[in-house]
Design a protein around this ligand. Sequence first.
Ligand code: DX5
Ligand code: ZN
Length: 217
Amino acid sequence: MPLVAPSILSANFLCLKDDIEMINNSEADWFHIDVMDGRFVPNISFGMPIIKAMKKLGKKTFDVHLMIVEPEKYFEDFKNAGADILTVHYEASTHLHRSLQAIKALGMQAGVSLNPHTPVSVLEDVIKDIDLVLIMSVNPGFGGQKFISQAINKVKKLKAMITEAGADTLIEIDGGVTLENAGELVAAGVDVLVAGNTVFSSQDPADTIKKLKQAGK
Ligand code: DX5
Ligand code: ZN
């Protein structure tokens, strides 16, 4: 069964408490938390104070996706805010290997995200140091966009790379995940499905999460 990580970006911020409780009581595995700075991506979302507040109520793993420049400046702040998994973008990390070690030294799991144009081969020499690779299947910055189908080939290539290296890196897919494409994604090798719009714009978000858990069966 895939892990399912609903993206808080699509939650109702006026009633965030209700949405956190819905996730707590659902079959979801993680909270996917998108941090945007208006520089790495053309949008600004939220930062540490919101994550810190969420942590008081959220009972599942906090999977924090940093879409920010110079992420290394804030690793400790995100740890203190409650991040369990901290994912940086390859494109924003000049010293990726150093960043991975720094995230782990703080007691978090270390993730790396790839934009749609970035090939998975750039991770070949660090794959064993990475707990999670997040494949962006839309251009980062906004929820509710259309899935870029080339991402499926990237998942397959990444899966082969992980197997060949004997690594236990998880593959997460983020952007445009629907009940229609989730099965194919899991079959291609995806371990973690992120879903924002699909979960939060559905009539029954908890039931949609349950259906995503069944993807690939
Ligand atoms: C986009 C974010 C995603 C976003 C996904 O930059 O990284 O996590 O919330 O939203 P959907 O599932 O609606 O495409
Ligand atoms: Zn994300």
